[in-house]
Design a protein around this ligand. Structure first.
Ligand code: CP
Length: 314
């Protein structure tokens, strides 16, 4: 199957075959990243603009790194120093970036749907690096890539996502990818942050941490997304930690071989104890490293590259 998409906007719209193609391509690029010369010429002569209008450490740096490893020229524009602070609209900012002859735009924005909007008004590929509480597709791709590396097939695997599901774009992208890959997904946390209506996505909704964690092979922690909450969704962080924080006792309820994941940034001592975040079951930094190869795959494929080429040449 050739790759045909120009944009990466959501994981909801990808097929299993497309997720497999991205993962296969990422695995090939990961091998190139282990060589002494880590660069490949795949996007030489192309210019990629990273337009980040919300804060980011991992995603922005991984997209920068990925573009450089593909030999593209990369320009990162931070919202706080852009002319959006002078009242310029997203439409004008994006059209100016296109007029400056960018070949691709990677966007993070607080408004859900902003990458889709840009894909309709621009003639260059648009990659969603996180839009409000909607989706964070490259995070979902790197998380499932990491799970597949560790567990093999995800068919029938029990994956638990614990925390602030309601405001999490990471949760939504992971749910879409995990369901397509055959995993059994349970979401758990306080009822205000884990509403029953998420069940329509094909996941089990739980507010009982012990039964949710029992025999899970993956637990993914999410932080409380204060920046998207207009109302207090629980009495205090201390109460959240005492009821839903992952500590040593609660981690003992997991499958003995379970891995612990977190997309970052971590709030140590809130959703996860430090000794678990830094412990042998944690793959948190592996997720970050895999983010480079996965984003190389996305940039390469959406620029018109084909999976077969990189799989045989890398
Ligand atoms: N996981 C993630 O999106 O982290 P950043 O906000 O630091 O990019």
């Amino acid at each position: 199957m050739p790759w045909t998409r120009r944009h990466l906007l959501t994981l909801e719209e990808l097929t299993v075959e497309e997720i497999d193609q991205i993962h296969t391509t990422a695995a090939a690029f990961k091998r190139t990243l282990q060589r002494s010369v880590k660069k490949v010429p795949a996007l030489r002569g192309k210019t990629i603009v990273n337009l980040f209008l919300e804060p980011s450490t991992r995603t922005r740096m991984a997209f920068d790194m990925a573009a450089k490893r593909l030999s593209a020229d990369v320009i990162s524009l931070d919202g706080s120093v852009s002319s959006t602070t002078k009242g310029e609209t997203l439409r004008d900012t994006a059209q100016n970036i296109e007029a400056l002859q960018a070949d691709m735009i990677v966007i993070r924005h607080a408004a859900a749907g902003s990458p889709l909007y840009l894909s309709k008004i621009l003639n260059i590929p648009v990659i969603n690096a996180g839009d409000g509480a909607h989706e964070h597709p490259t995070q979902g791709l790197l998380d499932t890539f990491t799970m597949r590396e560790r567990l093999g097939s995800l068919q029938g695997r029990k994956v638990v996502i614990l925390g602030d599901i309601l405001f999490s774009r990471v949760a939504r992208s992971n749910i879409h990818a995990l369901k397509k890959l055959g995993a059994n997904v349970t979401i758990v946390g306080p009822s205000t942050l884990v509403p029953q209506w998420f069940a329509h996505l094909g996941v089990k909704v739980s507010h009982d941490l012990r039964s949710a964690l029992a025999d899970a092979e993956v637990v993914m922690l999410l932080r409380i997304q204060h920046e998207r909450q207009s109302l207090g969704m629980f009495p205090s962080l201390g109460e959240y930690t005492s009821l839903f924080g992952l500590n040593k006792t609660r981690a003992s309820w997991l499958n003995p071989k379970a891995i612990i994941m977190h997309p970052g940034p971590i709030n140590r001592g809130v959703e996860i104890d430090s000794d678990l975040a830094d412990g042998s079951r944690s793959v948190i930094l592996e997720q970050v490293t895999n983010g480079i190869a996965v984003r190389m795959a996305v940039l390469y494929l959406c620029s018109g590259g084909q999976p077969e080429y990189v799989a045989t040449s890398a």
